[in-house]
Each structure stands twice: as C-alpha cells, then as structure tokens.
Design a protein around this ligand. Structure first.
Ligand code: ADP
Length: 477
C-alpha cells in the first residue's frame, strides 16, 4: 500500500498530526467540561441584553408592574434575542412573569442559584450571575441586574447552559480542523520535497549501478541529497575508482607479462633456430648460443616463479612456516652469502646486527626478503660504495631490520610506486647492470613482510642513497 517513500512519509506525518490534534482536542474537551469558562460567552451576552433592556425600561418610565408595556418589552426582548426572561418577586423569589408561554414557570420559585462569584464580571453587589437547575431537570444560566426602579422584583435573563460538546464545537472544532488541514498540506509538501531529494539521487544511483553491472565502469555519481545518500554515493564512487584501477592494473599486468616474456622467448627462438640451421658452427659460438638460451630460460623461470609467488601471496594460498627466528643470526647469514658478490663489485657490505628478540616466521622467506633488499642495494651502488644491513630491537614489541646504501637513490615521486608490481625506476639501467630485473622483487618483499604481520617503508634521496626499513612483531611468549 505504501510502496513509495513519499506515501510512507506522508502517512507517518499524517499519523503524527492526527495524534497531536487528538491530544489537543482531548485537553480542550477536558477543559471545556471542567472549567466554568464555557459559560462566559452566554453570560456576557445575557449581560448585554439586560443592560440594553434596562435603558429601554428607564426611557419608558415604567412604574407599574401590571402595566402592559413592561410585559410587551420583555416579550419582544425575549423573542428578538432568543432568551428566556422571567420576573420574580424580590421577597419570595416566586416567578410572576415568564416570557416562555409554552412551558410557563409562573408560580415556581427560583431558589438555589449557584452563583459565579469568581467570574470577572461587571457586577454590582446585588447582581445575580449563576446557574439554576429547574425542578424539571433543565439547567440554565441566569443574569439579573438590580433594578432601582422596582425594588420588589428581579428580572432574570436566562439561557440554557451550553453542554461541553456544544461549547467545544462552537469554539474549538473549526480552529482544530483548520490547523489540521494546514498541517496536512505542509506535510504533503514536505513529504514531496524530502522524497524527491532522496529519490532522485537514488534513481541516479540505480542507473549508474545498472551501467556498472554491464561493464561500464566509468561512473561518477554527483554528491547531493541528504548526508546518508551522499555517503552511499561517495562509497559508490570510491568503489568505481577502485574497480577501474583494478581493471587498469589487470591490463597493465597482462601487457607487462607478455612484454617481459616475449624478449627472452625471441632470444631463445633466435639462437635455437640458428643452431638448427647450422648457422652456429664453431664450438665457441655453440657454447655462447647455449649459454644465452640457458640464461634466458632461467630468467623466464625466475619471472614465472615470482609471478606464481605473488599470485599465491595475494590470494592467501602461500604457505608460510611458523618457526622461531633469530633475526640477528638470519641477517648475519644473508650478509655472508652476499659478501662474495659485493667484493666482486668492490662494494663494502657492512653488518651491524645486535641481539634482538626472536620473531615468528618462515626463515627461508625472510632470507629471501633481506637478500632481495641487499641485492637491490648492490645493484644500485657503484664500485667503491657501501651497503649496510642492520638489526635492532624497536620499541617493546618489534624488531627493526634496515638495509641501507649510498647508491643512486630514488626520486620522491617514484618512491611511492616502487612496491607496485612491475614498477621499475629505470628499466634500461636495471637490465644494463647485468641483472635482469622484472619489477616484481619489491612487490613480493612487501607481500611477504605483510604476511608476517610486519610492514616495510622506503626512504631515499637521489644521489645520497636509499634505506629500506622493515618492522616485524616479536614472538608472543
Ligand atoms: P627489480 O626486480 O627490477 O629490481 P624491484 O621491485 O626490486 O624490481 O625494484 C623496483 C624498482 O625500485 C627498481 O626498478 C629499482 O630501480 C628501484 N630500486 C630498488 N631498490 C633500490 C635501491 N636500493 N636503490 C635505488 N633504486 C632501487
């Protein structure tokens, strides 16, 4: 029934308005029942009639009760103003005249008038303002002003007591209906406005999501509407950007892999073809051809292994052993194993290992991490330079391993990208050093460190050198 946002909002507003009006109506109803204020308009009206009548009486100079003029005047007044007028003898309160001829009360007494002393009324002390219950059960409001003319009589102006519901209908019902109608119109406009401000962005979102599902990933939603809707739009935009970046990364990945595999394949194919065609004749040439083929095959093997490692690390399938590892010992081992290569390149490979708390991890993989970092340092440091590997406790819960060099350094805008897959600062130079990099090394290093619940950061300055700082959590005892 209430399927649209607008109808739901409108319905809820109307319920609130109805409940509030009902509350007000009940309060006013109770007020009308309990308070004597409901008698006030009638009594005021009676007072006005009495006063104007009094002026007429004075002008007529009525002196005798039996004078027909008085009776005529009272009859006329009663008829014109729809009031009942009766005259009582001042002494016995007995009704001696009643304007109502159908149900005449002449002869009855007007006793037990419940006076409204507290009503703010233009009274003199002899005025009578009150309620009167006739013996026939009817309730009346009475007003009588002292007549200086006739000391012996009282002229009462009377009307039936208004019931609480009559008073309510006369004074409160219309304002309540009016207020309710205005509130309903405002509620309708508000519901329309709020529904539009939510529905329009939602519609845009639905369109964008449908387009997205069809593979059109370049979607950006405008940020307007209420806060909650804007938050959803922001999340959607972020998701769209990430998916686009993911798509781009996938395209780049395929392009990079094909490119990096194509070069060695071309080389292998060329040399093997030359061997088959008998173009390579001498034993030296054959040896050279075999060595190129071997090296290129190794390069492909290394790259495929790295790719597989990365894929497994990213999917969480990579199995790490969880052993107690002494990092001081581990970096000392890495230092020793790479010392011959450093010496070969005339690079001072330094070691600064302090005793550190043990960490939990896979020692082979941690060796791979630090060997890779030292190897990168050796690649980018010129002859006569230095590379340093150090280990020390860091804070209460971590061990810090730093691999630092005084090599070429990395420019600031590239530093943030070196951990990306395939990212190489200078492809030709990496290759030119006799070692064919793939741009996967640091990506694997970061994945491995994160798989050990650690993190890695790089600091570098062009021409000064680089430092790769690894933090690993110490083993829980
Ligand atoms: P690669 O296998 O090509 O060395 P890496 O992922 O290990 O790829 O490194 C990414 C890039 O970061 C490399 O292209 C290299 O230029 C740069 N790099 C890595 N380590 C250093 C270093 N110690 N000094 C200067 N540049 C470095």
């Amino acid at each position: 029934m209430f399927r649209t946002l607008r109808s739901r909002l409108l319905f809820s507003y109307l319920v609130v308005i109805f409940v509030m009006l009902l509350g007000v109506a009940v309060a006013l109803g109770v007020f009308a029942t309990l308070s004597t204020v409901r008698f006030l308009p009638v009594l005021q009206n009676l007072a006005v009639i009495s006063q104007s009548n009094r002026r007429d009486l004075l002008q007529m100079n009525v002196t005798d009760l039996r004078n027909g003029a008085l009776e005529r005047l009272l009859n006329e007044t009663a008829e014109d103003n729809h009031v009942r007028i009766f005259v009582t003898s001042a002494a016995a309160n007995e009704i001696i005249y009643d304007s109502n001829s159908d149900n005449n009360w002449v002869g009855d007494t007007v006793d037990d008038i419940i006076r409204f002393e507290q009503l703010q009324f233009p009274l003199d002390s002899r005025s009578i303002v009150g309620r009167f219950h006739h013996t026939n059960g009817s309730a009346w409001l009475l007003y009588s002003q002292p007549t200086n003319l006739f000391d012996r009589i009282n002229i009462f102006y009377a009307r039936r007591e208004p019931t609480p519901s009559a008073f309510f209908q006369q004074f409160f019902l219309r304002p309540l209906i009016g207020a309710g109608s205005i509130a309903a119109v405002i509620a309708f406009l508000l519901a329309l406005w709020i529904a539009r401000s939510v529905a329009r962005p939602l519609q845009q979102m639905a369109d964008a999501t449908e387009a997205f599902a069809k593979g059109e990933f370049e979607q950006e939603l405008p940020l307007h509407g209420p806060e909650e809707v804007r938050r959803v739009a922001t999340s959607f935009n972020r998701m769209a950007t990430q998916v686009q970046a993911g798509q781009q990364a996938q395209r780049d990945f395929v392009a990079n892999v094909s490119h990096d595999l194509k070069t060695p394949i071309t080389s292998v194919r060329g040399w093997s073809q030359a061997l088959l065609d008998g173009m390579v004749a001498t034993p030296e040439e054959k040896e050279r051809a075999a060595s190129v083929i071997y090296n290129e095959a190794e390069r492909m093997d290394r790259m495929v292994t790295q790719l597989l490692d990365l894929a497994r690390l990213e999917s969480g399938e990579f199995q790490l052993t969880h052993q107690t590892v002494d990092l001081e010992q581990l970096v000392t081992g890495v230092h020793s194993s790479l010392l011959p290569r450093a010496q070969e390149k005339n690079i001072d490979l330094r070691l600064e290992a302090q005793p550190v708390p043990s960490v939990k991890g896979d020692p082979d993989r941690l060796i791979q991490v630090f060997a890779n970092l030292v190897d990168n340092g050796l690649t980018h440091v010129s002859s006569g330079g230095w590379v340093k590997i150090s280990a020390r406790p860091f804070g209460m819960n971590e061990v810090e391993v730093t691999v630092q060099d005084n090599g070429s350094g990395i420019a600031e805008d590239e530093l943030s990208r070196i951990f990306e897959r395939f990212y190489q600062v200078d492809k030709s130079r990496s290759r030119g050093n006799g070692r064919s990099g793939s741009g996967l090394g640091l990506a694997i290093v970061r994945e491995l460190i994160e798989a050990h619940n650690g993190h890695i950061q790089a600091q570098s300055q062009v021409g000064v050198g680089s430092a790769f700082i690894v933090h690993l959590p110490i083993e829980d005892k």
